[in-house]
Design a protein around this ligand. Structure first.
Ligand SMILES: CSC[C@H]1O[C@@H](n2cnc3c(O)ncnc32)[C@H](O)[C@@H]1O
Ligand SMILES: [Zn+2]
Length: 436
């Protein structure tokens, strides 16, 4: 099926950052086959021609680190530091989760992600009490692209830990390249503080044997650095390197507390970073030095973390915050230009999570894109500065239509794959069943 999208401004977010005003994009089945200026010649053999009526089109956003199953915990445990937040609030409530709660949380979270322009996500979930396969099926039905990773924790008895590792290995294998390759898995040890060295080494083994990426929280707070140094005699990055984790392609969430030596270890091992600026601010963890990460040649993606520490999945807000923070900490407005922030939330973010088949509008890439109708929106005028507006002025609810794998999943801000009313009602009912 060959579909042509025309009469739009296309922001490719490719390496050349091309913009085609009154451009044309040809999609063959799930893949972009060409993009460029308007051509009447191309129109002749199309099965379907879609006139986008002057909309802006950009690649779907890539959220490099989230916890979709926690969506029902939005607003619970505000204004706390990471350690007490996890230990006294989040983990006790997550212990009450059921498959139904996890599925509804997931639908609500994906609904919010898609409607604010995210088409790919890389997620870690707490598997306790839930049928992870059923939640993966739920994700598949929404049409979303991404990786869903079963977290490895060294909590509970030795038997619990063994069962957790077995569960993670089975899940990662069973759902690798799922839903026609739209969904996959990673191996996800929670963090150096919630996993024993044995669990980290086992994670590396599972990733190696199954050719999977690793996804882990690292160097999020000063406390973590002191804690790991005290327990193991080295800082988290060196600790994980020694355990062989970085011999597998790894994406680490946070990287707030890093020094030059650690950045050089990360670069040597091609470890990528998922930058979560709002969660890091809200949990009082600090501000990652993204300029130094990029200067060191490390790939960085933008991420929201879960909505219990954000408190939304709006990637427009996230990338703007990322850019403004770097300018602020460096006291230099030339740092972190719009181009860098937009690349991190699209193409570079996709590369960071090992999904370089999406993240830009280029021939050969998956047809994952979003549209914005700017003409009736005051905050997106004057139209001539559209590229600037995408970073500095736009917000998630400006997104009009969303396409993943060439398939429309949101039309005029209405989901075509999720029953919005039902999910919102269920989310409120189920949240009321949790005791806090
Ligand atoms: C990794 S499974 C998901 C699990 O991790 C917990 N969590 C959420 N946000 C953070 C964060 O910023 N740092 C560490 N751990 C976090 C939460 O229990 C999630 O369910
Ligand atoms: Zn997280």
């Amino acid at each position: 099926m060959k579909t042509i999208y025309m009469n739009a401004t296309f922001f490719t977010m490719d390496k050349e950052n091309q913009i085609f005003e009154n451009g044309m994009m040809v999609v063959q089945d799930q893949t972009i086959s060409s993009i460029g200026p308007h051509s009447n010649e191309q129109l002749k053999d199309a099965d379907q021609v879609i006139d986008l009526g002057g909309k802006w089109v950009m690649p779907g956003l890539v959220n490099a680190h989230s916890h979709i199953v926690m969506t029902l915990l939005r607003g619970i445990g505000d204004d706390m530091l990471l350690k007490p937040w996890l230990e006294t609030k989040i983990w006790p409530i997550e212990a009450q989760f059921t498959t139904e709660i996890a599925s509804v949380s997931t639908q609500l979270g994906i609904l919010e992600m898609m409607k604010s322009g995210t088409t790919t996500f890389s997620d870690m979930f707490n598997p306790n009490g839930i049928d992870a396969g059923a939640v993966m099926e739920t994700i598949s039905e929404t049409g979303m692209r991404g990786a869903f990773s079963y977290t490895i924790f060294s909590l509970g008895t030795e038997e619990d830990q063994k069962a957790n590792l077995t569960g993670a290995e089975q899940f990662s294998k069973a759902y690798k390249n799922f839903a026609d390759g739209r969904l996959t898995t990673m191996v996800a040890p929670h963090s150096p503080y919630a996993c024993t060295p044995e669990a980290i080494s086992e994670s590396a083994r599972i990733a190696k044997e199954n050719d999977l990426m690793v996804h882990i929280h690292v160097s999020e707070t000063d406390f973590e650095i002191l804690d790991i140094e005290k327990r193991y005699g080295s800082r988290p990055v060196e600790h994980l390197r020694r355990l062989g984790l970085f011999d597998q392609p790894t994406v680490m969430a946070h990287g707030v507390v890093l020094n030059d030596e650690e950045r050089s270890i990360l670069k040597q091992h091609d470890v990528r970073v998922a930058h979560n600026p709002i969660s890091n601010l809200k949990l009082g963890s600090g501000i990652a030095d993204v300029v130094s990460l990029l200067d060191a040649g490390i790939k960085v993606g933008v991420a929201t973390d879960g909505v219990a520490s954000n408190n939304n999945f709006d990637m427009f807000e996230e990338m703007r915050t990322a850019a403004l923070l770097q300018k602020g900490i460096y006291k230099d407005a030339t740092k972190f230009p719009a181009q860098t922030a937009l690349a991190m939330a699209t193409r570079m973010g996709a590369e960071a999570i090992g999904m370089s088949h999406t993240g830009s509008l280029e021939a050969g890439k998956k047809a994952d894109f979003i549209t914005i109708y700017p003409h009736d929106k005051e905050h997106l005028q004057p139209l001539s500065e559209a590229y600037s507006h995408l970073l500095y002025a736009a917000r998630g609810n400006d997104v009009c239509d969303v396409y993943i794998d060439g398939k429309m999943v949101v039309k005029d801000r209405v989901s075509l794959t999720i029953d919005e009313e039902k999910v919102i009602a269920e989310a409120n009912r189920l949240q009321g069943t949790l005791s806090r």
